[in-house]
Design a protein around this ligand. Structure first.
Ligand code: AHG
Ligand code: MN
Ligand code: MN
Length: 344
């Protein structure tokens, strides 16, 4: 793909005359169109009446809905209603939005990811997952590896759309001069060996032992079992963490923990974990619950949560080893960790 190629040209070349691919391309173009409007709305913020304030309502998952959550949800649904879909699953809608049961695709999406960052002018985003609609099968009942395409938009200093249609990951940045997305990176590959982890460390006391062991191995630094110093990040926007990992590697963890309702973490399988796992794997990374591959999971309910550990393969594999073989922490961290000689 030549640099500067537009997203719409990319999706039309992907689709050709294939009916299913044409439906996927139409959904991508519809979401991309809505995201340009959203980017401009976010860019005006308080000047457009956006305050990040709660609307006094909650979504199905119990999250307080911010004004922008609701506006973005309306804008994306308005865009998708112009194309054929069987069902829509949105973080901000308790139930499915039903369309044409014979349509070839359904779309799950998080209209605004990172809502807690709106009033602090930090990066937020939109996440989407496009799945096949199989007549006779309930929408969104297939495992994540059945996705046809997935992507996310990052509303940051640049507005960029990260996309995979199953043939690697490409990144398009919005050119505000002519309001088109243009390719800036193609066939993105996650760097393998990087020393950066992202987790909300304030939950340390709630973590399972394998998560504590992994983080302590990182905190032990060059003298510890990983023999190198690590850096830590936590932005509070999954899209920003994912974009950083695609850019410089590392690992992101939102594990299950012992807080009530957080047994499977905070992120939702259909419109956060599945699309992110698809993108990260397509970019040569790994995405796990800590015990199994996220893309092998199938949702039992549309707002179901799942633990998400994603990023450079070596880190994700280490975390899986610690979950599946607790003794591993002892072997490689003889001097550190809860069961070692020193507490770090
Ligand atoms: P959303 O705003 O769509 O609810 O998503 C927020 C998610 C994710 O973007 C972020 O990584 C995580 O919540 C942050 O969770 P904590 O506030 O618990 O750190
Ligand atoms: Mn989210
Ligand atoms: Mn959201």
């Amino acid at each position: 793909m030549q640099q500067g190629l537009t997203l719409s040209r990319h999706t039309s070349e992907y689709a050709g005359t294939d009916k299913l691919r044409l439906a996927v391309a139409a959904a991508i173009d519809a979401i991309a169109g809505a995201s340009i409007e959203i980017s401009e709305l976010i860019g005006r913020g308080p000047l457009a009446g956006i305050t990040g304030e709660a609307q006094g309502s909650s979504n199905a998952d119990g999250d307080v809905q911010k004004d922008l959550d609701v506006r973005c949800d309306e804008m994306i649904i308005a865009g998708l209603k112009k194309i054929p879909f069987a069902a829509l699953a949105s973080e901000e809608s308790e139930t499915l939005v039903l369309g044409d049961p014979d349509a070839p695709i359904s779309v799950a999406f998080d209209p605004l990811d990172g809502s807690s960052n709106i009033d602090t002018n930090m990066t937020v985003g939109t996440i989407f997952s496009i799945v096949p609609n199989k007549p006779g099968e309930p929408p969104f009942s297939a495992p994540g590896h059945c996705q046809l395409a997935a992507g996310f938009v990052v509303y940051g200093p640049q507005t960029s759309l990260v996309l995979s249609v199953g043939n690697g990951v490409d990144i398009f940045t919005l050119d505000r001069r002519d309001r088109t997305y243009k390719c800036i990176r193609e066939q993105v590959q996650i760097p393998e060996h990087t020393a950066e982890f992202a987790i909300n460390a304030s939950n340390h006391r709630h973590w399972e032992q394998p998560v504590r062991d992994f983080v302590e191995e990182c905190l032990a630094g060059a003298d510890g079992p990983r023999s190198k110093d690590f850096n830590m990040r936590w932005i509070g926007s999954l899209v920003a963490e994912a974009y950083r990992i695609l850019t410089r590697g590392g690992v992101f963890l939102y594990p299950g923990d012992s807080r009530p309702g957080y047994g499977d973490g905070r992120l939702r399988l259909l419109y956060e974990c599945h699309p992110m796992a698809y993108i990260i794997e397509q970019a040569g990374g790994g995405a796990s619950t800590g015990r199994e591959r996220v893309l092998d999971l199938a949702a039992k309910s549309i707002h179901q949560r799942a633990p998400l550990i994603m990023g450079s393969v070596d880190k994700v594999q280490r975390i899986e080893v610690l979950h599946n073989d607790p003794a591993a922490a002892n072997i490689t961290a003889p001097l550190f960790g809860h069961r070692g000689l020193f507490r770090v």
